[in-house]
Design a protein around this ligand. Structure first.
Ligand code: IPE
Ligand code: IPE
Ligand code: MG
Length: 238
């Protein structure tokens, strides 16, 4: 089966650049190019949802100049690509904490969501200033406030209620999570939503990620058996 939702940890921009004697910022620029291609390929392969990890809540600890480069690239991506994404029927959503982002970035993100809100061809979710622990904590706090004010009963909180208080409310859980660059960790990405995701780790750095890599990851996914805690199809038939 094809995944309905692919999420990607786009890692390795810095190492890609360093291997070429280039500054890290050149790697991030090349990474945006790879993102454009990935959105196109995901659409062509008929996958409905793509989530990309673009900036984590821990990435603020990088040198100021690199943080600025990454903020600049987000601005550039939205300004340059929004019209085309919209034309192609892509609905854009952003997950992460927007509170402390620059005002112009906040309005660009809102503009992208509003402009594309009615699109149905494909969904692009950008995780920006995103950290799963931060997201879970914010959801827990907003639920606690509702309980405190009497708007909600503690016992009424179930998985669905909790999920609906996360930034990803209304977004299906990822089926397949791909990480490039050879690292094998989640780095605070979608901890709640990844409960039953399949993982594929690829050795290539993100700027080198192309359509064949996506196809390989999807083929690997399709060959796996998901059990969700049950027994496999073979055992069930016995
Ligand atoms: C991914 O590439 C981009 C972001 C985290 C924003 P990195 O910048 O993490 O590249 P490496 O891991 O240092 O090679
Ligand atoms: C995860 O990559 C975040 C993004 C891809 C945006 P990092 O490069 O920040 O993760 P660590 O530091 O290697 O765990
Ligand atoms: Mg990295």
């Amino acid at each position: 089966m094809k995944p309905a939702h692919v999420a990607i940890i786009m890692d390795g921009n810095g190492r890609w650049a360093e291997a070429r004697g280039l500054p890290r910022r050149a790697g991030h620029r090349a990474g945006v190019e790879a993102l454009r291609k990935a959105v196109r390929s995901v659409g062509e392969l008929g996958v409905d949802w793509l989530t990309v990890y673009a900036f984590s809540s821990e990435n603020w600890s990088r040198p100021r100049s690199e943080v600025n480069d990454l903020m600049g690239l987000l601005r550039l991506f939205i300004r340059r690509d929004l019209a085309e994404l919209h034309q192609n029927g892509v609905r854009v959503r952003i997950v992460g904490d927007r509170e402390n982002l620059e005002p112009d970035i906040k309005s660009l993100l809102l503009e992208a969501e509003n402009l594309t809100a009615q699109n149905t061809a494909m969904n692009l979710v950008i995780a920006f200033n995103y950290g799963a622990r931060d997201e879970i904590l914010r959801a827990a706090k907003s639920l606690m406030r509702k309980v405190q004010s009497g708007e909600m009963e503690i016992d009424a909180v179930d998985f669905d209620t909790f999920g609906n208080h996360l930034d990803t409310a209304g977004i299906p859980d990822p089926d397949l999570i791909i990480r490039t660059s050879g690292e094998q960790r989640l780095s605070n990405f979608l901890l709640w939503q990844a409960a039953y995701a399949e993982f594929v780790f690829l050795p290539c750095h993100w700027p080198d990620f192309g359509r064949e890599d996506l196809e390989t990851a999807i083929a690997t996914f399709s060959a796996r058996e998901r059990r969700f805690g049950g027994v496999g199809a073979r055992e069930a038939a016995l």
